[in-house]
Design a protein around this ligand. Sequence first.
Ligand code: ANZ
Ligand code: ZN
Length: 822
Amino acid sequence: SNFYPFEEIEKKWQKAWEEKRIFETTEDPDRKKFYVLEMFPYPSGDPHMGHVKNYVIGDVIARYFIRKGYNVLHPMGFDAFGLPAENAAIQHGIHPAVWTYEKIDRMREVLKQLGITYDWRREVITCDPGYYKFTQWFFLQFYKNGLAYKKEGPVNWCPSCATVLANEQVVDGACERCGTPVERKLLNQWYFRITKYAEALLEDMKLLGNWPERVLTMQRNWIGKSEGANIDFFQPDLGEKITVFTTRPDTIFGVTFFVLAPEHPLVERLVKGTPKEEEVRKFKERISKKSEIERTSDLSDKEGLALEKDVVHPITGQRIPIWVADYVLLEYGSGAVMGVPAHDERDFAFAKKYGLPIIPVIQPPDGDWNGECYSGDGIMINSGAFSGLLSEEGKKKIIAFLKEQGLGDAAVSYRLRDWLISRQRYWGAPIPIIYCEQCGEVPVPEKDLPVLLPENVDFRPTGPSPLALCESFVNTTCPQCGGPARRETDTMDTFVCSSWYYLRYCSPWEKDRPFNPEHVRYWMPVDQYIGGVEHAILHLLYSRFFVKVLNDLGLVPFREPFTNLFAQGMVTKDGAKMSKSKGNTVSPREIIQKYGTDTVRLFILFAGPPELDMEWSDQGVEGAFRFLNRVWNIAREIMYMQSNQQVPIDENWMRNLERKVHQTIFRVDRDTRERFHFNTAISAIMELVNELSESLRFLSEKGAHPEEKKLMTWALKQLVSILNPFAPHLSEEIWSLLGEKSFLSLAPWPEYDAEKMLTETVTIVVQINGKVRSKIEANRDASKEAVLEQALRDDKVQNWLDQKEIQKVIYVPNKLINLVVR
Ligand code: ANZ
Ligand code: ZN
């Protein structure tokens, strides 16, 4: 056939790059570094098109920066712990380690076929003991600094995965992985104290470079900072005050009831020995099964129970009845709420249901209270001495007043909770803690790391971790007293493993420390991180948290891991996300076999701006393939072109082609570097290919002078040079066929000459009433209107015209414009 021999070409160059180790990088303080990183994959076998899109985007950036002279770090690895391996093990009786490493091998094979500039020596695999040893080491550093702790509390439990989940892994009340509705359970679990960093995670956003606004917004919402006040309500029976958190102290005169979270510790004390005790116990039991979403959603029905006890209003001294209700959560604010039904939707629904009074205390600025809940700001009414104030000022005045009385103060609340990191599953890094009868909770000494996963374990999920059933693992001796002790049997959330892998790439060879600080100082932070927007909260927030902790512990000299973040869109087919479950996947392996890697790369990059979703289309792939064949054929025609000294040179054509080349370099450079709009960069290259094709036709009719052939060859060379980041193999091949001895992948990126980009200009004489008054430079063959407009902008012409009216314009193209004025 007459298709270009892509298979041969791609194999040849991949081998050459590998043999000459051209993408292996080392620290070099004399060169500017650039760290480009794509989120590493979970090894599920063959990569899918979404992966390919991710890595190809990263590769274009890496290749561009390499050729711009940067010392580029571009590594790859595998996020290899996790449930799928364990589930496969249960189903097929294969050990998770065997399953995982098989998948990694398959995945690596395809990644290598993509011709990406990875330095494979730096590969990191998180389930390798040489890696998770340090995941455990970090756990110990967190532990020693009070940032890892164990507590009993309500947790999200996925009955299908038989493990707890972090809040971040619960999506609309269901397990992020399997979609099973999440249950609430009271369990003793390990947490990382991310709440200590809530403010820093918000504040340090200003240190970030270019991050998508939507990702920052999602993080801000997740952290959920609210400013308001803590206000104390006195409870006479207990003789104690109960604190509420409110964002609306300006509504305090509208409080008609008071709500405690059912789990609030004071509830039991309030009803002890009263007829309510049993009712409350049953109520709590029923509520404990509801998820947080169910409890707090504006739409769901609210359930409550009156305790037949009161609190005293801190300003009016009125008695206010105490309730418990499902919509108040123990973990937020102080676990207690002042009910203001006129101005809070949930309080309103609750008051309606239970017939509680509704008193308006905020009048909408544009009218009267209409009997419905009004939750906006407005003018305070029915509020004693505070009536007439606007909400904004009222809030401040109420806080000041309460503070003076010792009844409250300004306060901030965050929605963010501590990160639950323990999992009751096998395939993860064991938490390095030992429980001793004598000494209690004892951290495993650093010298004893890693705490290795035992190999012979029954993986079937039963509730407790499978490790708990492995006696040889569980039974150990106490590192402090040498007495009998038991190991912690929970493993860590895999998001712990992925919170520091980007540091490991800097010096993956280190045996005794997680990284070499010098190397980390050289390479970090990551200059360009690329991944899916689905990681906006989990992975990105956790990694940011990790680096802040390490910075506070003096382990790294920076506060943020990823300076710039690019969130790519999905690959869809027939309008839906490609996924195995929808059966609409396209196998990268097959497409590569059929058309070659360069075609796959080009198609993905040309399909649209990479931040948007792209639709997979077979015609699109064919189109990319045809284009590369066209480049190949044109290249050969230019190389075999005949020339003849006798033929006259067409200067005009030469200037035009030269200009087009410089313009193309400019456009590709700008679109690649500034906006990652590879699709428009590729369009520019396609235009240049058209130009070369027309030139070939033109020269074959006219005959080519050797100078003209030389120019065509130069243009071709520039073309493949800028095509290289997108289609690295084909461009490398043509480059070498043009006689170049060194790798195009390492050649300096071509410079454009701005002067030569200019369209050709001519000098036009401007006359006013027949007298020469000025001269202007205009594009050759510009229209009369364009020249007139330019002439009128000229200072001298303006002076001469001086408000006079133009009667007539005479234009001699490319020579003269005469304005007749009166
Ligand atoms: C009285 C009030 C009047 C409120 C009003 C709102 C409007 P955000 O913005 O999400 O921070 N609240 C406080 N603690 C709670 C808890 N543990 N569980 C459920 N709700 C709780 O919401 C803060 C508001 O949520 C607080 O302000 C409180 O209701 C409620 F016109 O207090 B507000
Ligand atoms: Zn001990």
